[in-house]
Every structure is written in structure tokens, then in C-alpha cells.
Design a protein around this ligand. Structure first.
Ligand SMILES: Nc1ncnc2c1ncn2[C@@H]1O[C@H](COP(=O)(O)OP(=O)(O)O)[C@@H](O)[C@H]1O
Ligand SMILES: [Mg+2]
Length: 388
């Protein structure tokens, strides 16, 4: 019988071992406790691409579910705040139906059946009618759901993923805040968790924003070395499979705290170690090629393709240097590889602007240039050449 590969490289796939994130889960648990005690508190999960926002939401959902909370998880509908409100209402009704075999009465006028005026042109200080209507509808629906389930569920948890993808993030957030604030005095135990990329989202929860008191931020960083090791070894602890310690160390080094990279590396390593049930360094080298193949399709190849031929060559020169390079060292190495020295400052600026090269802002390597992503660095080392 073939042993199932436990690793989950892919957006929104809950990992076999959910590593780290203790602080974020603690914030969630505290807020849920407060909500269930009658004082709702809400959370914003902030994290860049593939750092584990959806996985964290799924984990929160699981925790709440185990406490008898009715939960609904939706992706932010990019169309409009009203559409998001509609999809939330629909999802909650389905959840109620799935849990208790019946649904609360629907709002008297189906929000989604009615054409909505396009309100994007209006002045931002006056809430457009459609948005305030949507806010009232959402509040009503949440109130109705809570009244319907209050004897059977301990509370209601609404999770909204990728809120930064909504067309109008501030207005959508304001709608959610408005609906929940109005719901407060009714005693409804309804909690909200939203997730999104920090760029689009952080201003909303910044200290001075009116939303700050409403959404407590939980900022996702990279996984620690110990957490990465656990994420890779725990899922195979019971399986007839071993990853050599050296391999685990190399995975952690290349993933550099990035959970998606880690799952991708672990998945292919598992596949290539099947024959001996042991991942050796050789097996890992092959797994790395598979990983690059996968990542190059969506990530690395487009990134390299966006560079000019000279930029690609300079990038290859930089990854070949043993340590972060001073400006002078970069120019010298580039000239040795046949690049025109005078063009190097401009090329460095462009590589920086495209996010392929970073310049340290402090510490002993201050102002030195390097390629910050170790997996991308290894990819460039293998697939991009410094010579013509
Ligand atoms: N805490 C974690 N421990 C281990 N793997 C994780 C963790 N969080 C996320 N992952 C993995 O990382 C990848 C990206 O996670 P995902 O939740 O989709 O990120 P995001 O929603 O931020 O884009 C998935 O393959 C997932 O299984
Ligand atoms: Mg996601």
C-alpha cells in the first residue's frame, strides 16, 4: 500500500501540522472568550502572500467549532461591499441549515436579486445609500441568525478571507464595523475575523484609524527555525519515512520561514524518498529540482522573465558572490562577467525596484546588495547565467 504524502503545498490547504502562530491563536482565543462572555471582539489577520492567513482562519474556525460556535468562512467578494454582505448572509444560512437542518427567515427583500446603483463615483465622506442599506441588511441578517441559533450555538463566528481583494477595502471594512457596532447593544455574540495583505489593510488598523479599536491586528511573520522543523517532521513521525536531519536543516534554510515553500519542499522530498523511505541528501537534490519546476511555472520564471538580459546577468553575478556585495564589489564582479561597469548602478536600482535584490538598511552588511529569498537565489544559481 502506498503511504499518503501528508504535505499540502497550495493556497488555502490546511497544513498537516499547523506550526507556530501561538501568539495569533492566543489573541483569537482571548477574543472568542470575550465574545462568548457577551463582549464581542474582532481580529484582523495581516500577512503577505502565502504566509498562512487562510490556514490560520481555518484553524480559528476549527477551534470555534469545537466550542459549539456556528462559523462561516467566505472570501471577500471583489465586486462590492453589498455583494460581500450578500455572500455572508447566504453562507450563514447554509451553515445554519447544515448544522440544524433549517434556516432562519431570509431578509424580506432578497438583497442579491435587486440591481444596485454604482456608487463608486460618490463623495467618500457620505456613505452611499447602497452601502448603508447593505450595512443594515447585514446587521439584520446577523441578528436573525443569532436569534435563531442562540439556544443551540454558543456564538457566531464570521471569517472573511482576502479582504484586501475587495474593490473598496475601506468602505467594506466600514460596513462590517458599522453592522457589528449596531449589533452590539442587542447582545448578539457575533465575532468577526478578517484576513488580508498588510499593504492594503494596515492603514485601516493603524493607531489613529476609527477601525483600530474595532479590529485587533494579528500580524503574521515568517516561521521560526524550530517551527519549520516541526512542520516538516511531525507529519511523518508516525509514517515509515525519515528525513535526514541534514535535509530538514536544508529545507528550513531554503524556505527561510516561508510556510508555502516549506510545504512544497517537504512534499517533493517525501515523493522522492518513497523508494527507501528515507530522504537523503541525494533525494533532496532531486526534490529541489521538482520544487523549482513547480515554482518556476507560477513564480520564478515570470519574475526572471520580467528582467532584461543585463539585469538577469547581474542577478546571476550577485548570487554567485559568497556574501552581500558592496557597491564596489558588485561593479567589479559584474565587469569581470563582461557587463559594462557604467551600467551597473542603474541595473542594481532596477533589480531593487523589482524586488529581486535588497540592500541592507542596518547592521554590518549595511548598504550591501543581496538576493534576499534563499530559494529564489538557489533557482537563479541553477537556471540563470551570468555570461552570454
Ligand atoms: N502555520 C503553518 N505551518 C505549516 N504550514 C503552513 C502554515 N501556515 C500555512 N502553511 C502552508 O503554507 C501554504 C500557504 O498557506 P495559506 O494559508 O494558503 O497562505 P495565505 O492564505 O496567506 O496565502 C499552504 O501550503 C499551507 O499548507
Ligand atoms: Mg489565502
Amino acid at each position: 500500500m502506498t503511504v499518503r504524502n501528508p504535505f499540502t503545498p497550495g493556497s488555502g490547504l490546511a497544513p498537516p501540522h499547523f506550526a507556530n502562530r501561538d501568539a495569533e491563536l492566543e489573541l483569537f482565543r482571548d477574543s472568542l472568550r470575550s465574545t462568548l462572555a457577551g463582549a464581542p471582539r474582532h481580529v484582523a489577520v495581516l500577512g503577505d502572500w502565502a504566509l498562512g492567513k487562510t490556514s490560520l482562519l481555518l484553524q480559528c474556525q476549527r477551534l470555534a467549532d469545537a466550542q459549539g460556535v456556528l462559523t462561516a468562512l467566505v472570501g471577500a467578494n471583489p465586486e462590492s461591499p453589498a455583494a460581500l454582505s450578500d455572500s455572508l448572509a447566504r453562507n450563514l444560512s447554509l451553515q445554519v441549515h447544515a448544522s440544524y437542518g433549517e434556516a432562519p427567515s431570509q431578509p424580506s427583500r432578497g438583497a442579491s436579486d435587486r440591481p444596485r446603483p454604482d456608487t463608486r463615483e460618490r463623495a467618500s465622506h457620505a456613505p452611499p445609500p447602497a452601502a448603508s442599506e447593505a450595512q443594515a441588511e447585514l446587521r439584520e441578517h446577523l441578528r436573525r441568525v443569532w436569534r435563531h441559533v442562540r439556544r443551540r450555538a454558543t456564538g457566531v463566528l464570521v471569517l472573511i478571507d482576502d479582504l484586501d481583494r475587495a474593490k473598496d477595502v475601506p468602505r467594506t471594512a466600514a460596513l462590517l464595523r458599522g453592522a457589528l457596532a449596531e449589533l452590539g447593544p442587542t447582545g448578539a455574540k457575533v465575532m468577526l475575523v478578517v484576513a488580508g495583505a498588510p499593504d492594503a489593510f494596515a492603514p485601516l488598523v493603524a493607531a489613529r484609524s476609527p477601525l483600530a479599536a474595532f479590529l485587533q491586528p494579528a500580524k503574521l511573520g515568517r516561521l521560526s527555525e524550530a517551527a519549520m522543523r516541526e512542520a516538516v517532521t511531525r507529519p511523518i513521525a508516525e509514517a515509515p519515512m525519515r528525513f535526514d536531519d541534514e535535509v530538514v536543516g536544508r529545507m528550513a534554510e531554503l524556505a527561510a520561514g516561508h510556510p508555502y515553500y516549506l510545504q512544497e519542499l517537504a512534499y517533493h522530498t517525501f515523493e522522492l524518498a518513497r523508494r527507501d523511505n528515507r530522504a537523503t541528501r541525494q533525494a533532496f537534490e532531486l526534490a529541489l529540482e521538482q520544487t523549482f519546476y513547480r515554482l518556476s511555472l507560477t513564480l520564478f520564471e515570470p519574475r526572471v522573465a520580467s528582467l532584461s538580459a543585463s539585469e538577469q546577468r547581474l542577478l546571476a553575478v550577485l548570487v554567485d558572490l559568497a556574501r552581500p556585495a558592496s557597491h564596489g564589489a558588485a561593479v567589479e564582479a559584474a565587469a569581470e562577467a563582461g557587463l559594462n561597469a557604467a551600467s551597473v548602478p542603474k541595473l542594481l536600482r532596477r533589480l531593487k525596484a523589482k524586488g529581486c535584490v535588497a540592500q541592507a538598511t542596518h547592521g554590518p552588511a549595511k548598504r550591501r546588495y543581496s538576493v534576499p529569498d534563499p530559494l529564489f537565489r538557489e533557482y537563479v544559481r541553477r537556471h540563470v547565467h551570468s555570461f552570454n
